[in-house]
Design a binder for this molecule. Structure first.
Ligand code: BO1
Ligand code: ZN
Length: 258
């Protein structure tokens, strides 16, 4: 596992410098990339006609704590095909960030889920659908979270912090009904960005959904607790937009004549 974290010397502002045994990781994009994610989102439009997701309403997944996030993998990725920007993709995995990485009109959400897709005819091409969650006091929370929550108990153990003991759960059923719905009925921001973690590779097509889903405090606390157990997390696993490109922006702004 790459030795990045979310604070201090191995945190987002220094990802490009990370070394092991005196060797640099090829993480320079994290600092020098011109299309880095996350970003602050302001311009959203209704879903384009060439973009339709068709997640089955439920299906089998395994889930694991990989030291950076909680990640769920479908047993049958071919059942999770979607057309994004007129191209055919399938779902590789989804995972969570506490708090959100993308900002919406300069505001953050407590949780953001990333549905990572690879192009059906070219595994190296990624598209990620980002969905925000809001902590809501009423109801039972979204079905996706409801179906994952019982599995989280298993992932709390500190032993999952160690790569050699990392182990996916047994397959269990995940409810995805609300995902198609929220994507169909919300405004979206599609933009060319990057992985939000090292190696921060670019040419990732992002689809960030404006409308949040609901998570209740009990579920959210359980998710947060796992992040805490993981020594690579403090209490969180997000990076802020726009990473160190902010520094370049500050310089530029200073040079702009007024
Ligand atoms: S994210 O959605 O931008 N937070 C994100 C960050 C890292 C990855 C994916 C999404 N990592 C990539 C790996 C690839 C792998 C792919 C799908 O995930 O670099 O090797 O194929 O799991
Ligand atoms: Zn992510």
């Amino acid at each position: 596992m790459p030795p990045f974290s979310y604070t201090g010397e191995t945190g987002p502002l220094l990802w490009h410098n990370l070394t092991v045994d005196g060797k640099n990781f090829p993480y320079h994009k994290c600092a020098t990339g011109k299309q880095q994610s996350p970003i602050d989102i302001t311009d959203l439009v209704p879903l384009a006609k060439n973009t339709t997701t068709s997640f089955p309403s439920s299906g089998q997944f395994t889930i694991e704590n990989n030291g950076h996030t909680i990640e769920a993998t479908p047993q049958k990725p071919e059942d999770y095909k979607s057309i994004l920007g007129g191209q055919e993709y399938k779902l590789k995995q989804f995972h969570f960030h506490v708090s959100s990485e993308h900002h919406l009109h300069d505001e953050t959400f407590p949780l953001e889920a990333h549905f990572v897709h690879t192009k059906v005819d070219d595994d190296s091409k990624l598209a990620v659908v980002g969905i925000f969650f809001d902590v809501v006091d009423t109801g039972a929370g979204d079905m996706l979270i409801q179906s994952i929550c019982p599995e989280l108990k298993e992932l709390e153990e500190p032993k999952h912090d160690k790569r050699e003991e990392k182990k996916p759960s047994a397959p269990f059923n995940v409810q995805m009904h609300s995902i198609n719905n929220i994507i169909d009925n919300s405004k979206i921001r599609n933009y060319p960005g990057s992985l939000t973690t090292p190696p921060c590779s670019e040419q990732v097509s992002w689809y960030v959904v404006e409308e949040p889903l609901a998570i209740i405090p009990k579920q959210f606390n359980r998710l947060k607790k796992i992040m805490k157990f993981n020594s690579r997390f403090t209490q969180n696993n997000y990076s802020d937009p726009p990473k160190e490109n902010l520094l370049a922006l500050v310089k530029q702004t200073k040079q702009t004549p007024t």
